[in-house]
Design a protein around this ligand. Structure first.
Ligand SMILES: *[C@@H]1O[C@H](CO)[C@@H](O)[C@H](O)[C@H]1NC(C)=O
Ligand SMILES: *[C@@H]1O[C@H](CO)[C@@H](O)[C@H](O)[C@H]1NC(C)=O
Ligand SMILES: *[C@@H]1O[C@H](CO)[C@@H](O)[C@H](O)[C@H]1NC(C)=O
Length: 560
């Protein structure tokens, strides 16, 4: 029997050691695994408006993509599944936190074209109604924005992000349940059937598609394919742009090729707002971040805890104070404007502790006031629309992205040459500004935020639903941070929406006895019917990731 040479023995020992170390590592990692409760993820997650798009975003991450790759792919997908909310004919705001904790805001919402209708604001509706008409089309920023964030943070090749959506657009998707439900309402049905959107969303009898039908986007598939191959320039300087401009002109719009060519993405630092044990990073004006921070700043002073919702009296008082804060926020809406136009007001007072304290002293626990008390003199109209996607990747890159074409299907203008649905973003000036300038961003309620806690936790969250965004976000964050709810409960809890006339509107399911209590305090209850408030979020705490897509829009998150 041959003896083993010493180096062979050594080899075996070494192999044994490596084996032992590997086994210990496996044991530790499985212990860590067991630490994450069911339904949560260990590495990364995407919360988009639909399961299909969350999955597409997650697949990008699993193929080595960054959170930005995931967000772009999920949004492209959303332009098919929720085409009423966003698309490449619109714009977005991305709040991005890099691994070292630096938070930047990329604003590529639509801007006012060089030439626009004189006295545009005279066309603003006085009552709630969708603004149709070519005069409201702003310069789309979506693809320039994707290009900018992809250049900075992308890891997958640009065409890859478009692949799944091009395939779906060409082969078709089952009519998405939420879209089918929306199209089944008489207002939306006639809105679509009477407009050029009917080319995509109607059957051959010119009736809107419904559950069980297949929705295809053949023209959009072609455009997306070209953009995937040639880059955003195909849209901003090339043939797609030229075709789009022709269709916009046919629809009575004023955009020129020059407007597309000169579109620029704005990159700024996020504003940092302390919220007790957390720090919130908000997008500054023209985004709605300061309004959200203002409400939360006011509420922080009440030292809310889980017990603030226990018992009729405490619960009524909590919501009463929130409603008062929201009324003051309505009165401050006009301080949000594009800071690039220097004569405009700045909004930094909204995050100034002494201003917040001064306002809090004007909130009484036993009464409410007339609109003039809150400086709410000229109500703006309330809109709905928009989408949000939150993404957190394995490397710790976090993306909070809100994207829009403004109202439902924008202004209901479809470009037949390109398959693109156009925004009606300029309607966002209505009730919130007295003038409109070429190049200006309209004021927005969009407010994709990222919160970090002292213990290293992250919450990547944002909402949609036009002016309901601020309410939906403020209440979700209060519920999560202070009122003892899980992220799922925080988002699901019925909201109270204080509309632009300071009427108080309760989402179905809201506590009836609290409603009576609030009525008794003098609040006027409104009859708002469209609760399209939708909040999506991803949270990381103690190494586990919880991802929630709002069930109001039938959303489902994805992760691994
Ligand atoms: C994060 O952003 C800051 C500021 O742009 C930069 O200095 C830093 O290197 C970035 N960190 C990473 C990991 O990219
Ligand atoms: C559409 O609306 C009708 C009546 O308004 C209702 O009976 C039907 O169930 C709805 N269908 C869908 C798919 O929501
Ligand atoms: C409300 O409370 C204030 C003190 O906080 C008091 O001065 C005032 O009389 C009260 N008003 C009503 C209507 O009870």
């Amino acid at each position: 029997m041959a003896k083993y040479r010493p180096w062979v023995v050594c080899c075996f020992t070494l192999a044994g050691l490596i084996c032992a170390v590997a086994i210990i590592c496996l044991c530790i990692s499985s212990l860590v695994d067991r630490g994450c409760p069911g339904g949560s993820f260990k590495r990364a997650a995407v919360s988009a408006d639909s399961r299909l798009c969350s999955d597409i975003g997650r697949n990008m991450l699993q193929q080595g993509g960054s959170a930005v790759d995931g967000a772009i792919a999920a949004l492209l997908c959303t332009s098919l599944v929720n085409p009423q909310s966003m698309g490449i004919g619109g714009g977005s705001i991305f709040t991005i936190r890099n691994k070292t904790g630096n938070v930047k805001v990329y604003n590529f919402r639509e801007t006012v074209p060089k030439s626009f209708k004189t006295n545009l604001l005279n066309d603003c509706p006085n009552t709630f109604r969708l603004s149709t008409g070519g005069q409201w089309i702003g310069v789309p920023g979506e693809l320039r924005g994707y290009e900018a964030v992809h250049k900075q943070y992308g890891r997958l090749p640009w065409p890859k992000l478009f692949e799944p959506t091009i395939k779906l657009a060409r082969e078709g998707i089952n009519m998405p349940p939420y879209l089918a439900k929306l199209m089944n309402s008489s207002i939306v049905k006639s809105h679509v059937e009477k407009s050029s959107l009917c080319e995509v969303f109607c059957n051959k009898n010119k009736k809107v598609l419904s559950t069980g039908d297949i929705l295809t986007f053949p023209k959009l598939a072609e455009s997306l394919e070209t953009i995937a191959k040639q880059g955003a320039d195909a849209f901003y300087t090339g043939k797609i742009g030229q075709d789009l401009i022709k269709d916009i002109k046919d629809a009575g719009g004023t955009l020129e090729m020059e407007d597309l060519k000169s579109f620029q993405v704005q990159v700024v630092d996020a504003w940092k707002v302390p919220l007790g044990d957390s720090q919130m990073h908000i997008p500054p004006p023209p985004a709605g971040g300061p309004l959200l921070a203002f409400i939360l700043g006011l509420m922080k002073g009440y030292h809310l805890t889980q017990s603030s919702l226990q018992g009729h009296q405490k619960k009524t008082l909590m919501y009463h104070r929130y409603i008062e804060a929201a009324k003051f926020a309505n009165g401050q809406k006009r301080s949000i404007s594009d800071p690039g136009f220097s004569e405009r007001k700045k909004a930094d007072h909204l995050i100034d502790p002494s201003f917040i304290k001064q306002i809090r002293e004007r909130i009484f626990s036993n009464r409410t006031h007339d609109n003039s008390y809150y400086n709410n003199v000229r109500p703006s109209s309330d809109h709905m629309g928009t989408t949000h996607v939150s993404v957190l990747d394995e490397d710790g890159l976090a993306v909070s992205a809100t994207s829009t074409i403004n109202q439902l299907f924008g202004g209901a203008i479809y470009s037949p040459r390109t398959g693109i649905i156009l925004n009606n973003e300029l309607a966002d000036f209505c009730g919130r500004a007295d003038t409109v300038r070429a190049g200006e961003h309209p004021p927005s309620s969009m407010t994709p935020v990222i919160l970090e806690s002292k213990s290293g936790g992250l919450l990547v969250i944002g909402g949609s639903g036009g002016s309901m965004i601020t309410s939906a976000m403020a209440l979700s964050i209060m519920n999560r941070l202070w009122l003892g709810m899980s992220l799922k409960e925080a988002i699901a809890a019925p909201i109270v929406f204080v509309d632009s006339r300071n009427n108080v509107n309760f989402e179905p399911g809201f506590d009836k006895s609290v409603i009576e209590g609030l009525r008794a305090l003098g609040h006027k209850v409104g009859d708002w019917k469209y609760f399209l408030n939708v909040v999506n979020g991803v949270e990381k705490e103690d190494g586990c990731i919880v991802a929630i897509s709002d069930s109001r829009k039938m959303g489902v998150s994805a992760g691994y």
